[in-house]
Structure formats: C-alpha cells, structure tokens
Design a protein around this ligand. Structure first.
Ligand code: AMX
Length: 439
C-alpha cells in the first residue's frame, strides 16, 4: 500500500504543480459578505482527495457511493456482507479498489502495530469516572503522541520532501491502536473496568466489537458498516478541517487528530449521535411509551422546537437530501431487526420530522443525517450507553482524516492561513472608504 501510495502521490504532485503553473491565477468562484459572516458555507477553499460530497447524492469515496462500496470492497472471510474499512482506507489512500489480499495485509499491518503502551491507560485512569468518554478518548490519543515518529524525525531535522513517510507511519500506528483505546474507555466506564484482550484472528472492526464485549456476529457486521460510513465526508466538516488545519502547522498526526476529535465532540457535529438517542429516550419517558405513534412524535418535535432547540440528527450544512449513510443504516435495520421498537421509532421520526422542519421556512435541509440512525442500531445489540457513541464515530473518522493528512504532506501543502477582517473594516468598505480585499 505504501509503495502504491508513493507512486500515486508523486504523479499527483507533478500534475498539481503543472495545473498551478498554467492556471494558478484563474478565479475560482466568488465570496459574499454573508458567507464571510455565516460559517463560510459554500466557499471552496481547500483540497481533499479522499472523498467528495454532493449536496443531492451524498458522499462518494474516490468516486464510489456507499452502495458501490458495499458491493466492491472486500468482506470478512467468515460470511461477512459489509465492507472491511481496511479496504476503504486502502481506497482512500491509493485511489484504487483493493482485492481481498490487500485488505487483509492492512488488517495484519494494523494488528502488528496495535500494542498500546501502559502509560496511555494510566492517563485515562487518572480521569474521574464521570468524565465524558470523548474527553477520555482525546486524552488517550494525546498520551499516544509520545510515540510519534514524525515528531521525532522532525526534531532530528528530516528533509521536508520526506515528511509524508513518518506521517504515514504515525497514521498507521494511530489507527491500529484506536480500537484498544476506545474499548478500554468503554469497559472502564461502563463494564466494571473488566478488559478484554484483542483476538488476533479478527479484523480491525471485529476486534473493536470483541474488545467492547460484543461477540454477536450482527454487531461485528454493524461495526464494519459503521466504521466504513463514518470514515470521511470530504474536507470542510469540523473534524476533517480541524485535523487538516492543525496538521498544516506540522503538528504530528496525533496532535492533529486529537484536535479534530475535539471538534467531533460538539453537538452540532459528531456528538449529535448521542443527542439523538438521549432525545428519543426523553421523548419515551415524557410520553410514557417505548413505541410513540406519529402524532405523539410530531407533538414532541414541535415542543423541542418551541423550547429553542434543534431536532438532533436532522439537517446538514451541505447535504440537501436524505443522507445515504442514513439509508445504509436503515437497510441494515430492515435486514437484521425489522421489528425493533426503537429502530421503528427512528423510521417514524423520519416520516414526521422533515415536513415540520420544512414548515419553519428557514431550515435548508429537513432530511436526516448519519447520526439520526446510528444509536438505535447500537441499542438493539445492548449498547445503551449513548454518551459513548461519538467515540465510535471518532475511531472511524481516523481513517479519512489520516489518509488525507498523509496526502497533505506528500503534496507539500503549506500552512493554512485564511485572511480575516473586522466589522469596523467591513463598515469602512461599505462606506467606500477602504478596499479591504487587498487588490
Ligand atoms: N432542528 C431545528 N432547527 C434547525 C435544524 C434542526 N435539525 N437544522 C437547522 N436548523 C435551523 C438552524 O438552527 C438555523 O436557525 P437560525 O437561523 O435560527 O439560527 C436555520 O435552521 C438555518 O440553518 P441551516 O442553514 O439549515 O443549517 P446549518 O448549515 O447552519 O447547520 C447543522 C447545519 C447540521 C448544524 C444543523 O442542521 C443542526 O443543528 N442540526 C441538528 C444537529 C445535528 O444533527 N448535527 C449533526 C450533523 C451531521 C454531523 O456532522 N455528524
């Protein structure tokens, strides 16, 4: 995989140099004052090679949609139906679909790198038990940073054209160790500190399921699907963008990834997966039923909006249709647990919420995102501890942001530093006194 990546990166680097030499001054779009003030929506400002998001179609990883990945990526040999995320990582990194042997070599490589040093567990253990699992997770990642090859080699004066190599090494080691760190947090916080050793015969996601304490084959398949669909969502989302930004300062992959995951821990981003189940559980309690009907759900949604809160799991900054990651999970639910009450509630919410959000007249996307479905599938297999869910998202997101970070360094992308302005300056510009755009 490493050699294949290097060939591809060298060719891409030469191609980009040529594109910039010939077309570097071409104007690519324009920016409005509203965009500057309102979260930079729709401004194209960075390059991410691993995936691309279309507002109508949803995510494509190197050109492949989720159903295509489910068909074309290698599966776990023991009757697996969902793609192995190892194969997705290979695809995101090299641009090529791997065969089963290549995916297996990634599994083996990660298994060899997966030993987590004891001080990482000590760092997590130093936190009180009531600490949020995402805080424990980022502390664990920061403790892993002592092992950074990039930081060490940078300190020894590595040539900048070789940066990608130790970044690759760090990315592979970090991804390999995350399931153990994630499972440790789960078992410490919720399962009496009783830990489970990895099983060398399992794949990366199967092992995560095993170390979490879930041996059900259905749960293992769910983890493979979960780790695949949460991996990447192009470059502008908070976790991917933050990882890229912090990495651009040549902070090592551990520092960059930890920064990104602090962003994932926000309720408008990855933490929405815990918020969805918390909200449904609160609704069940308020209504006194675990199977609310559509009228009851509609009333509860309206109450949520009247209280000035968002409906978690709905809306998106880019998507304008039902998220295909939602659809993939719905299909999993229809196959594995069609009669589950909570899963059926998620499907009823899907029928009720969009027209209500549409009626507000301001919500640009009334459709469900990935987070509106994931929790119910986890609860089905017994994982009810919803505060933990974003950790699973974080483990998966490492695949996309680390593949991208390796590309960033191989392509020699510089420090990211957009220009900001003050409102005082904007007002002077509006009065015609100043040209703040600097031409
Ligand atoms: N419920 C209620 N109101 C919503 C809403 C929702 N689900 N989604 C958007 N709105 C509101 C916004 O709060 C905003 O209101 P305001 O003008 O009074 O401030 C208005 O609609 C316009 O917002 P928008 O342009 O449609 O969305 P955005 O690009 O600013 O924000 C997002 C996108 C995801 C933050 C927003 O839809 C939201 O808060 N959703 C709920 C939280 C959620 O599910 N987040 C997970 C997203 C996926 C992910 O990153 N994992």
């Amino acid at each position: 995989m490493k050699e294949r990546f290097k060939e591809k990166a060298d060719a891409a680097s030469a191609e980009i140099k040529n594109i910039l030499k010939e077309h570097g001054n071409k104007v690519a779009g324009e920016v409005t004052l509203s965009q500057i003030y309102q979260g930079m929506r729709g401004i194209t400002g960075l390059v991410t090679e691993t995936s691309l998001l279309d507002s109508q179609e949803g995510i494509r990883f190197r050109g492949y949609s989720i159903p295509e990945l489910q068909q074309k990526l290698p599966k776990f040999p023991d009757g697996g139906e969902q793609p192995l995320p190892e194969g997705l990582f290979y695809l995101m990194l090299t641009g090529d679909l791997p065969d089963a042997e290549m995916a297996e070599s990634v599994t083996d490589n990660w298994m060899r790198r997966s030993h987590v040093p004891n001080h990482v567990f000590d760092a997590i253990d130093a936190l009180p038990l009531h600490t949020h699992p995402m805080t424990m997770f980022v502390v664990g990642v920061m403790a892993l940073q002592t092992e950074s090859t990039f930081a060490k080699q940078y300190g020894e004066g590595i040539n900048k054209k070789d940066y990608w190599d130790p970044v690759y090494d760090d990315a592979m080691t970090l991804i390999a160790r995350l399931p153990r760190v994630a499972a440790y947090i789960y078992r410490r916080k919720y399962k009496n500190n009783e830990h489970i050793h990895p099983n060398g015969l399992l794949d990366w996601s199967g092992n995560l399921a095993h170390m979490l304490g879930y041996e059900d084959k259905g749960f293992m398949e769910l983890m493979r699907l979960y780790m695949t669909i949460h991996a990447d969502h192009e470059g502008g989302n908070v976790s991917a963008h933050t990882t890229h930004l912090v990495g651009s300062a040549l902070s090592d992959p551990y520092l960059a990834y930890a920064a990104g995951m602090n962003g994932l821990a926000g309720p408008l981003h990855g933490l929405a997966n815990q918020e969805v189940i918390k909200w449904i559980f609160e609704m069940q309690e308020a209504l006194g039923t675990d199977a609310p009907d559509k009228v009851q759900i509609a009333d509860y949604v309206k109450k949520t909006l009247e209280e000035g809160k968002v409906v978690p799991g709905y809306g998106h900054a880019v998507l304008r249709k039902t998220d295909p990651r939602f659809t993939a999970q719905m299909e999993f639910g229809k196959k594995h647990m069609p009669d589950d009450k909570l899963v059926n509630t998620v499907w009823n919410i899907y029928e009720v919420v969009p027209p209500i959000l549409q009626s507000l007249g301001k919500v640009k996307n009334p459709w469900p995102n990935v987070d509106s479905h994931s929790g119910a599938l986890l609860v089905h297999y017994g994982m009810v501890e919803y505060e933990y869910y974003t950790v699973l998202f974080a483990v998966s997101r490492a695949l996309g942001v680390m593949a991208s970070l390796i590309w960033d360094r191989a392509l020699g992308f510089p420090l990211e530093r957009p220009k900001s302005v003050t409102t005082k300056l904007v007002k002077q510009w509006l009065d015609g006194k100043d040209n703040i755009w600097g031409d």
